[in-house]
Design a protein around this ligand. Structure first.
Ligand code: 13P
Ligand code: SF4
Length: 303
């Protein structure tokens, strides 16, 4: 009998499908990826693929971004209940209100937002390009939504006035300075990398701050043989696979995003068999949200 991975690969060919996978997914899902990456890389891949079907193994805002960019493709989520709690911490009405209260500003929305929120924003960003985008915009005052910690990190790298929103990632906010201190005590020779969704006191204890793919690229380059990883622990599988001669330690073993772990191979196969669950965005919202995402991709092309 064919293995489940074989069945997925056969069906992928038949459907002309591509499997896009985020760095936090379970090892078995990372291993079937056509492309494995961070939010920026995944949206760039979605924008350029020729496949007819995109199976998105990540969380809802990521699949929605792919669907906004590729309305003619079928974008599928194997588990449609995989959401991002941070994306639900702000809605379109909140953004309209902020714009009313703050004159002469531009709105930068982290991609971890709904399509409706993106549609109210001037430009999107990810953790990989937030600093660059904020610093390049023709406004001295920026409304940055929804992640206050990413916003604070950007503010520390910018001269601009930043208006924050009270959003945060519960997984990254759960990594404590005491976790970092313990990890550093246990592994005194290790270099510490953290994600900019971490709190400022955790970032202050790190050697470098990167998006998830930024961490993967840096891990290959650095001479350090031991690395403390301050982000969701799913990325350690990829880091270890790509760098078998190095050792990776989670800053906190509790840093697990339950939504990112909702996919499994059975759900991916089911998704390809039944072409479910399709993620679609209403056309009026899609067109407005696409402008903000396109602007982000434009900024990232100059990289
Ligand atoms: P990256 O874009 O760095 O992969 O981060 C996505 C995310 O959800 C982090 O929590
Ligand atoms: Fe959202 Fe945090 Fe999970 Fe990323 S790790 S998807 S920001 S809850």
């Amino acid at each position: 009998m064919d293995s489940i991975v074989q069945k997925i690969n056969d069906l992928k060919k038949k459907r002309n499908a591509v499997i896009l996978v985020h760095n936090y997914q379970l090892p078995e899902i990372q291993d079937i990826a056509d492309f494995l990456g961070d939010s920026l890389g995944l949206s760039q891949k979605a924008a350029e693929t020729n496949a007819k079907v995109i199976v998105f193994c990540g969380v809802h805002f990521m699949a929605q971004t792919a669907s906004i960019l590729c309305p003619d493709k079928i974008v599928l989520m194997p588990d449609v209940n995989a959401g991002c709690p941070m994306a639900n911490m702000i809605n379109a009405e909140d953004v309209r209100q902020l714009k009313k209260e703050q004159q002469d500003t531009l709105v930068v929305a982290y991609v971890n937002t709904t399509a409706e929120v993106k549609a109210e924003s001037d430009v999107c960003c990810t953790s990989a390009n937030a600093v660059k985008i904020v610093n390049s915009l023709p406004a001295e005052k920026i409304i940055f939504i929804p992640d206050k910690y990413l916003g604070q990190y950007v503010a520390s790298q910018s001269q601009k006035e930043i208006i924050f929103w009270e959003g945060y990632c519960p997984v990254h906010a759960g990594i404590l300075a005491s976790d970092m201190l313990r990890a550093k005590r246990e592994h005194p020779k290790a270099e510490a990398l953290v994600h900019p969704e971490c709190t400022p006191d955790v970032i202050a204890l790190a050697d470098k701050v990167f998006s998830t793919t930024g961490m993967c690229n840096y891990a290959k380059k650095t001479k350090s043989k031991e690395i403390i990883v301050g982000t969701e622990t799913g990325i350690i599988y990829r880091l270890q696979k790509e760098n078998p001669d190095k050792k990776f330690y989670p800053a906190s073993k509790r840093a697990i995003c339950e939504d990112m772990k909702k996919n499994n191979l059975e759900k991916v196969l089911w998704s390809l068999e039944n072409l479910k669950h399709e993620v679609k965005v209403e056309e009026k919202i899609r067109r407005k949200a696409k402008k903000a995402i396109d602007k982000m991709l434009e900024f990232s092309r100059v990289d």
